[in-house]
Design a protein. Sequence first.
Length: 274
Amino acid sequence: MKPRIKKPAVRPELRRDWLRRHEEEGQSPPEIAEKDKYDVRTVRKQIEIERQERERREARSIVLRQALEKHYADLVIFAQKLDSHITGETGSLSILKNDPMWSALREHISRSALWKNLDRWETLWEEARQADSELKRQLEPVVRSRAPLPFPALHGEIGLSPGIVDLLAAHFIFTAKGEGGLDKRTDFRLEAAERGTTSMAYGPYNIGRVDSERISEVKTLVLELMNEVTTREEHGEMMHLLTRLERVKHDLHDELLIIILRRVVPGRCRYCPL
């Protein structure tokens, strides 16, 4: 009786070849076993092992692809959120910087000009905000010195509202942007109030409650102040500042649009699927 010779363990590449020959060439396990001098039970077992391994690899590949697609979608959604924030001029970036997607996007495209422009935008936006606050601070005594009625009047009392200052500041900004002032967009709104008085507003801005016979006087004052506010020295400075801000905003929109429309972000980050 011949001694039984133990076959070496089936190598993974041989196992894959058996599955390929079985599926693509139609060779049966007995045919493969006879040709390669292996026990048919071994061939069947190894073919099934390789089939299961392939299914696991394909399942992992599907999960990885879906996770990667979701990760890219998260980055694109964040880019859209960032673009809306910039174009909407809704304020500081501090909240967005605390979003994990901020650091993720930065790791993916760390060398992009996007980050330098975001810093520039935030600096310019803060300068514009401070200039607007300073303008309002300076306008309050101007309105107080010119107001023919109490300013600022208590709520519901006869007199002028602090809304006049907001009105003048908004007019200042609109004209500095070159978009036309509030006088090109809206007009006075009058509403009869109690005891012969009238509530006055200019677009969304409350002017106050005045004696009805003084409506014309208050209108004249408001229009004069709106005209004078655009002749201030700060108006030219604000025009220059807003022009720079608009240029940076345009560059940021272009950079973010590439991310949004490309849908795939180069590089890697700590949140990338393994």
